[in-house]
Design a protein around this ligand. Structure first.
Ligand SMILES: *Cc1c(COP(=O)(O)O)cnc(C)c1O
Length: 379
């Protein structure tokens, strides 16, 4: 493809001659008012009405029973895994094709990621590859599933919905049930994405979401723990707020808790952002449609949502035919002031994860060499 055609399309679609970033936040609603209110009231920190409001608004949007707001998506995942039962020296099945936070959240629990391949169609953890892995290495015992090779307990399975495209959740839940492994969703990228008309974040026994500045909505920095289990939600609230027993003035903490509570000023921003989430998703889905038509006419594969799913199109992507073409596309578009970026390097190539057990990673390696993110803001 002649990249000047692409450049013209981008300039017209994003209505600019200047640099086009990958993803920017939009503050077009009540952001100033709500954040200003926290400043005027001085309640910018750990006390204030917006944290409760954000938790209620998010849960009602996602139709999930409970959400607990925390300082970022990584800490949401860290606590989600712990509440799913992950303990020191355990193993967690996840994908190597992901952002580093997925694997880090496992390590923060002193557990070990085991990297299983993704599906080519979803780009997320493959239930079929998980099933193959467990057929070879899994052993069901009274207290859960063990890895015959390492002797360790496999205490969670954490798929990540890459760029907002849901993994094959029905199959994933079936495999996890068969092997008695709790499912935890890394839904950091998939706020507003649906699988069979149910929002992601509802499928895990507990899940994590992110509101970092580059996500579909932002609280500056922030995340949420999601669950349909009231007990888990109460526990999540407790251990993310220093595990302090409620009392008007006494300090008593009944276990080692974290200071992970989302500050009120960030929650205020989040409440305003949530009011426009539907609009952002609609705009991104329109952009995805225009991209699809454009790339179809130019012989490049734009990654579309699968049947039975509705993607939030957080970061949109194309698939080039090989690494050489990908590298050329990256170089030329960035030279044209259009920000594009390759998908992540596989986790098992990073120094802290190079000794982790993994399968052949055939699809992950294929996608690693070919997928590029293109400008995806909700214009
Ligand atoms: C953004 C993201 C997170 C969490 O990121 P934070 O910056 O800690 O909010 C976790 N996993 C994935 C896959 C992500 O993209």
């Amino acid at each position: 493809m002649n990249l000047n055609i692409f450049s013209n399309f981008i300039k017209e679609r994003f209505r600019t001659d200047k640099f086009v970033p990958l993803h920017v936040p939009y503050f077009i609603g009540n952001e100033m008012d709500f954040v200003g209110e926290t400043i005027k009231s001085t309640f910018v920190s750990s006390v204030g009405k917006y944290v409760d409001q954000f938790e209620i608004d998010l849960s009602s949007f996602l139709k999930v029973k409970r959400s607990v707001a925390v300082v970022n998506g990584t800490s949401a995942l860290q606590v989600a895994l712990r509440l799913a039962g992950v303990r020191k020296n355990d193993e967690v099945l996840t994908q190597s094709l992901t952002f580093v936070a997925t694997a880090n959240a496992i390590k923060y629990n002193y557990a070990n990621p085991v990297f299983i391949d993704v599906d080519l169609d979803t780009m997320g953890l493959s239930p079929f590859a998980v099933s193959d892995f467990l057929d070879e290495f899994g052993e069901l015992r009274d207290d859960g599933c063990y890895n015959k090779k390492s002797g360790r307990k496999i205490s969670a399975c954490m798929p990540m919905h890459t760029f907002g495209f849901p993994v094959h959740l029905e199959e994933m839940m079936k495999i996890c049930k068969k092997w008695n492994i709790p499912l935890v969703e890394d839904a950091a990228e998939s706020l507003g994405s649906k699988y069979k008309n149910i929002y992601t974040g509802n499928f895990g026994i507990v899940s994590g979401m992110s509101f970092n500045g580059n996500k579909i909505i932002t609280t500056g920095g922030g995340g949420s723990i999601l669950t349909n289990d009231n007990k888990i939600a109460d526990k999540a609230k407790h251990i993310t707020t220093t595990a302090k027993k409620s009392h008007p003035y006494e300090y008593f903490h009944d276990e080692l808790g974290y200071n992970f509570r989302m500050p009120n000023i960030n929650a205020a921003l989040g409440c305003a952002q949530l009011e426009n989430l539907k609009l952002f998703i609609d705009k991104k889905r329109n952009l995805a449609k225009d991209y699809y038509d454009f790339f179809k006419n130019n012989g490049i594969k734009f990654r579309k949502e699968l049947k039975n799913t509705k993607a939030n199109y957080w970061l949109m992507c194309i698939e080039l035919s090989n690494k050489k073409e990908r590298d050329l596309f990256l170089k030329e578009t960035n030279n044209l002031n259009i920000m594009t970026r390759p998908i992540w390097k596989l986790m098992h190539r990073l120094p802290m994860y190079e000794n982790c057990q993994k399968d052949l990673q055939i699809n992950s390696k294929y996608l690693e060499e070919r997928i590029i993110n293109i400008p995806s803001s909700a214009v």
